[in-house]
Write a new protein. Structure first.
Length: 122
């Protein structure tokens, strides 16, 4: 459920839209760099996301097709826990620590601390 006390969305005013168009005609920069141009010359702070959205509306920018496709997420889902185990170790001030973690549940199943013993030669 959305929080009713959250900050409401702000929209660009007509003056802000005109500033964006004028600044673009002066510099022909993209939204990210155009933001700094507007801050320097017009003393206004407009986020680059709002600048880019307005440039798309007035067709002064093109959407990047590489960013429009659905992101492929790699998830490793296993039927059984402990079918894949990850081991990690640490050497800290003469003490070695090793831990075994289940990749399915991300829980540590076993951990051990070991100290170095001086080796004796027979």
């Amino acid at each position: 459920m959305l929080d009713k006390k959250r900050r409401s969305k702000t929209h660009l005013s007509d003056e802000g839209k005109q500033i964006i168009e004028d600044a673009y005609k002066e510099s022909f920069l993209g939204a990210r760099l155009l933001r700094y141009h507007i801050q320097k010359h017009y003393k206004r702070n407009i986020s680059h996301n709002k600048i880019h959205q307005h440039l798309l509306e007035v067709e002064l920018a093109r959407p990047n097709q590489k960013k429009q496709k659905k992101r492929k997420r790699c998830r490793y889902e296993r039927k059984h826990s402990l079918s894949l185990v990850h081991a990690d170790w640490l050497d800290y001030e003469g003490t070695q620590v090793i831990a075994y973690e289940d990749d399915t549940s991300s829980k540590i199943h076993s951990i051990g601390e070991f100290t170095k013993q001086p080796q004796t030669t027979p």
